[in-house]
Design a protein around this ligand. Structure first.
Ligand code: S3P
Length: 181
């Protein structure tokens, strides 16, 4: 692990894999800050991700997402929950690999769909990404998991299943892995 990556942990993975929950708990355990990149993007933009998609399209959202990532990669002592599509751009993948410890959180499609349906932030933060009716569409989730898997894999220093482990167990495993607490 590069010394410069040492105090920056970025969580990647599909929607509904527990990135925000794990980021908050991990940061608490480390005494670091934590940032939800989607919330940061919305605060900077002054509107929801849903309305950015509606007004600027996915491309406009991805430009904003890249700018937020660039700034977050310069922070220290921080755990970041990224948006699930941040790995789509090669420039973002390079930045993540160069600047951070990257943890890929995984879950199966059933678990993801169940969590997305139960999460109140889904309506404003998670527009459909294909022709599907919404973010909880099983076919959309399966297709995008398949498409994105190589991108997540290409960035990951560690891969952690969240479907069969509680967020607290995930955090304990990461603290052991990185030997930082
Ligand atoms: C997206 C995931 C969302 C949010 C946006 C796009 C994606 O973040 O950035 O809706 O492309 O998978 P979460 O992974 O936090 O839901």
């Amino acid at each position: 692990m590069d010394a410069e990556e040492g105090n920056r942990i970025f969580l990647i993975g599909y929607r509904g894999t527990g990135k925000s929950t794990v980021a908050r708990l991990l940061a608490e355990a480390l005494g670091w800050d934590w940032v939800d990149a989607d919330a940061e993007l919305e605060a900077r933009s002054g509107r929801s991700i849903r309305s950015i998609f509606a007004e600027e399209g996915e491309q406009g959202f991805r430009d904003r997402e890249e700018a937020v990532l660039e700034d977050l990669c310069a922070r220290n002592s921080v755990v970041v929950a990224t948006g699930g599509g941040v790995v789509l751009r090669e420039s973002n993948r390079q930045r993540l690999r160069a600047a951070c410890r990257v943890v890929w959180l995984t879950a199966d499609a059933d678990t993801i769909c169940r969590r997305l349906a139960a999460d109140p932030s889904t309506a404003e933060r998670r527009p459909a990404l294909t022709g599907a009716a919404g973010a909880c569409d099983r076919e959309e989730v399966e297709e995008l998991l398949r498409q994105r898997e190589p991108f997540y894999r290409a960035c990951a220093d560690a891969i952690v299943d969240t479907a069969h482990h509680s967020p607290e167990e995930v955090v304990r495993g990461l603290l052991d892995l990185f030997r930082i607490a």
